[in-house]
Design a protein around this ligand. Structure first.
Ligand SMILES: O=C(O)CCC(=O)C(=O)O
Ligand SMILES: [Fe+2]
Length: 359
């Protein structure tokens, strides 16, 4: 029965080859399952140096400083409305909490494969070291391995999937997870206020919610222009807080019909509105499609912290927001909603399309 504990009941994924091991063996030719025809049609929205455009920066400290709060909250509102993505500076997470997690994550992915596979995903599970969203043997694959761990609520933690090497991993992730939850709470409060819901509405809804971390490891690839580190998708969750573990960039967001590379200020988090918030606010804020590309020199690492509702909650537009407006999404029990996600491949907007009432 242990197999179905925690978020295991959301579903599973087919086992795929370890990409890090594959990348170590390769000279030039990559297996066909990693070759992505869609990359030939890439349109770039331009480099932000050329277009003068980059995701907005929001100062977390200012949001809660009475002198600046109003102005910063207005910036946050326009970032949520116009971008769906922003970088968060001055977030208050202590530097040592971040650097310790960074070191442990880098160390874990440097371990020999047998050591990493001690926390391998099990059939029918989405936690552990492996890959998710693989539903058929024909499906194209991402040039990456990942480790997924649920951290909240505490009762759903499955420590069998938590690396014990390096030994400090558990403590350092738990400290980081708590800090990131506080940041998520703060953002949810301000978003809630900005949406006219009162400061506590979204915070209360997500208070007992699920938090999952996804550690992405994108090995270098001899032909990076042919592959995708992470397929184009929008995050099916409430709110994502992403940390780039090393200095390499690779995240791109859908903007003006093309892909815009995201450049991040040192130490900043990248925050994005997920599908659940888009649905809760009846489309006032949009969950934006994004993907990750890889390079041919160095592995890239990132950590996404996903903030979810919980079992028993309903995903659907909040009545105070809809008022007399047209209802744009249906409502679905959170568990049902999440099962749908994990029974599909990672595809742009697939769950939102399922939830949409119009079009
Ligand atoms: O690695 C990145 O920059 C993006 C990660 C991401 O989008 C995700 O894990 O959902
Ligand atoms: Fe994502």
């Amino acid at each position: 029965m242990e197999e179905k504990m925690g978020i295991g009941r959301f579903g599973g994924s087919l086992k795929v080859a370890n990409v890090q091991a594959l990348a170590e063996k390769l000279s030039l030719e990559i297996p066909d399952r990693y070759v992505r025809p869609e990359r030939k049609k890439d349109i770039f929205a331009g480099d932000d140096e050329i277009y003068g455009e980059s995701i907005p920066a929001i100062d977390f400290g200012k949001l809660f400083d009475s002198e600046y709060s109003e102005e910063e909250a207005a910036k946050l509102h326009s970032a949520c409305e116009g971008w769906g993505f922003f970088q968060l500076v001055n977030h208050g997470v202590p530097e040592d909490v971040i650097s310790k997690l960074r070191e442990d994550v880098e160390e874990f992915f440097k371990l020999p494969l047998e050591e990493r596979e001690k926390v391998a995903q099990l059939p029918g599970q989405i936690e552990g070291y492996g890959q998710v969203f693989v539903q058929s043997e024909e499906q194209k694959l991402d040039w990456a391995d990942m480790l997924a761990l649920a951290t909240l609520p505490p009762s759903i933690k499955q420590f069998r999937f938590w690396p014990t090497n390096p030994p400090s991993f558990r403590e350092n992730l738990e400290r980081y997870a708590d800090e990131v939850k506080s940041v998520a709470d703060g953002i949810l409060k301000m978003i809630s206020k900005n949406l006219g819901l009162g400061v506590d509405k979204l915070y209360d809804m997500f208070k007992g919610g699920i938090q999952i971390f996804r550690f992405n490891y994108y090995p270098p690839c001899p032909t990076p222009e042919k592959v995708l580190g992470l397929s184009s998708h929008s995050d099916a969750v409430g709110l994502t807080i992403l940390l780039q573990i090393n200095e390499l960039q690779g995240l791109q967001i859908r903007r003006n019909g093309g892909w815009l590379p995201v450049k991040v200020l040192p130490g900043a988090f990248i925050v994005n509105i997920g599908d659940i918030i888009e649905i809760l606010c009846n489309g006032k804020y949009k969950s934006i499609e994004h993907r990750a590309i890889v390079n041919n020199e160095k592995a890239r690492l990132s950590v996404a912290g996903f903030h979810e509702l919980n079992f028993g909650d309903v995903v659907g537009p909040i009545p105070e927001i809809v008022k007399g407006d047209k209802l744009h999404y249906k409502s679905l029990e959170f568990e049902e909603y999440t099962k749908q996600i994990f029974s599909s491949k990672l595809e742009a907007k697939s769950i939102l399309d399922l939830m949409k009432l119009d079009e």
